[in-house]
Ligand binder design. Structure first.
Ligand SMILES: Nc1nc2c(ncn2[C@@H]2O[C@H](COP(=O)(O)OP(=O)(O)OP(=O)(O)O)[C@@H](O)[C@H]2O)c(=O)[nH]1
Ligand SMILES: [Mg+2]
Length: 458
């Protein structure tokens, strides 16, 4: 996908479907030229001045729609170019006709995220801010939305940029010494360098530690409910979702397919997954559904392992425990149906699990808040989410790890008295990786991979 920055682009910026209004957006050098050709203001006015204008869209003597247009002039617009938003009536056909008219007048259909890409290329925003715009649109919980907003206002990139600036200062000092390559790095410079790099490294490490919760907040986690048939998995699933999403019955083997839905647990987007219970397979479908359960467990971040308080521990319970010991996912153990007389040997279960078990009743909705607390605790640790600077994007995490490893090389180089140019080149690379995060250093592939994830019209 190649994007020409000097084209004039257009797209529908509102979601497809019927609504009160739709917005057709137009950005680029020819925006005004195009709008003058197809827009007739009600009153005679100069529509090249920024502002709102009432009028009609008309082309080849055919009236297309009655509209309001918003004119923003370069560089004072979202994209930094001449930008026009045509607010037309929100019918699918009307919107299509307005867009078609614009395209017939030499605008090109925008690629996904191309308006925001232009905002980035025209330096209206940096790369983390561009990504925050998408995060904001896609946010699944209040907390992830809040964090995206902070990132949009530059909190994260400001911090990364401050680290980058410190490294640039260090480079400047080194460059003075580099002008005299015949001299070895003296002990004072060496000691200073070590202290400064160590300090930046520790800041990077602190930041990298936040990736675990930041990524969970951004991408969400998937939590799989597993257990032997009839223990109440689907009842738990429905309770968390506050709706009768999955079938519940006293016949073991009620659930056969994987059922999933999103949930907000203390601000963490959680994809809750209900599965078929562990049971003896009587037919091929039983067999297939248990296979699916195994796959779900293997690809999960977290497992809610459910046991039935009214039954003895059976082979299927032990199979589940075995399975959990083979996967990396964190497990939360739940004893359900505690509203009924207990038949399970609690001590034996405790011995098998070697950890605490949360006692609940899905039927009465008792104890379930303890499960939510536990999920949040595992993801967030003891911290409150969203209060500090976090890494919420895999791209930032990987660039930051790269930066970190180059700085570690600098420390190693100092110890081994490597030549100054080698040290400088590692610092330079660390700087580049930080610049990659905020977009001061980018490649076309990187930009394409980021912006192609956006909606068309954004
Ligand atoms: N007394 C009591 N009954 C429960 C509780 N939770 C679920 N049940 C009952 O247990 C039976 C099985 O519940 P489901 O939620 O369908 O169990 P499941 O684990 O999804 O079963 P499968 O899909 O067959 O593996 C139903 O009759 C539920 O009403 C509980 O906390 N207490
Ligand atoms: Mg079920």
């Amino acid at each position: 996908m190649t994007m020409q920055i000097n084209d004039t682009i257009a797209a529908v910026s509102t979601p497809p479907g019927t609504g009160a209004i739709s917005i057709v957006r137009l950005s680029g050098q020819k925006s005004l030229q195009i709008i003058k050709k197809i827009f007739q203001p009600i009153k005679k006015t100069d529509i090249t001045r920024p502002g709102f204008y009432n009028g009609i869209i008309k082309f080849k003597n055919k009236v297309i729609d009655q509209v309001v247009i918003l004119v923003r002039r370069c560089p004072h617009s979202y994209t930094g170019e001449d930008l026009i938003e045509i607010n037309c009536h929100g019918g699918m056909l009307i919107t299509r006709d307005v867009l078609k008219t614009v395209l017939e007048n030499k605008a090109r259909l925008a690629c996904p995220g191309e308006f925001t890409k232009r905002a980035f290329l025209n330096k209206k925003i940096d790369l983390t801010q561009a990504e925050a715009i998408n995060d904001l649109i896609m946010a699944k919980t209040e907390k992830s939305k809040q964090y995206a907003l902070e990132q949009l206002f530059g909190k994260f990139s400001g911090y990364v940029d401050s680290l980058r600036k410190k490294l640039i200062q260090i480079m400047a000092k080194l460059e003075v010494s580099l002008d005299h390559p015949e001299e070895d790095i003296d002990t004072v410079t060496g000691r200073e360098l070590k202290a400064e790099i160590t300090q930046i490294l520790s800041q990077l490490e602190q930041l990298l530690k936040t990736a675990h919760k930041g990524l969970a907040l951004h991408y969400g986690i998937n939590a799989v409910i597993a257990g032997k048939a009839n223990v109440g998995k689907s009842s738990l699933f429905n309770f968390f979702l506050k709706k009768d999403r999955a079938l519940v019955s006293d016949i073991p083997g009620t659930t056969r397919d994987i059922i999933e839905d999103w949930l907000d647990i203390e601000g963490i987007p959680v994809k809750l997954v209900d599965t078929a219970g562990f049971k003896k397979a009587f037919d091929i479908i039983d067999h297939m559904s248990v296979q699916k359960t195994h796959q779900a467990i293997e690809t999960s971040h977290m497992i809610l392992a459910v046991f039935d308080a009214t039954k003895r521990i059976e082979k299927e319970d032990e199979n589940l425990i075995n399975k959990l010991s083979q996967v990396k996912s964190k497990a939360i153990y739940i004893l359900n149906k505690t509203d009924r007389p207990l038949r399970i040997n609690r001590n034996r279960l405790k011995n098998l699990l070697k950890t605490n078990i949360i006692e609940v009743s899905a039927l009465e909705g008792k104890g379930l808040e303890k499960i939510e607390k536990k999920i949040s605790q595992i993801v967030m640790g003891s911290d409150q989410p969203g209060s500090d600077i976090m890494i919420t994007n895999l791209r930032y995490e990987s660039s930051m790890r790269e930066a970190k490893s180059h700085l570690e090389e600098v420390l190693k180089g100092l110890k081994e008295q490597r030549p100054m140019e080698i040290l400088a080149s590692d610092i330079r690379r660390a700087i580049l990786h930080l610049e990659e995060i905020i977009g001061k250093f980018t490649t076309e592939d990187l930009l394409d991979s980021i912006f192609s994830g956006f909606c068309i019209g954004k």
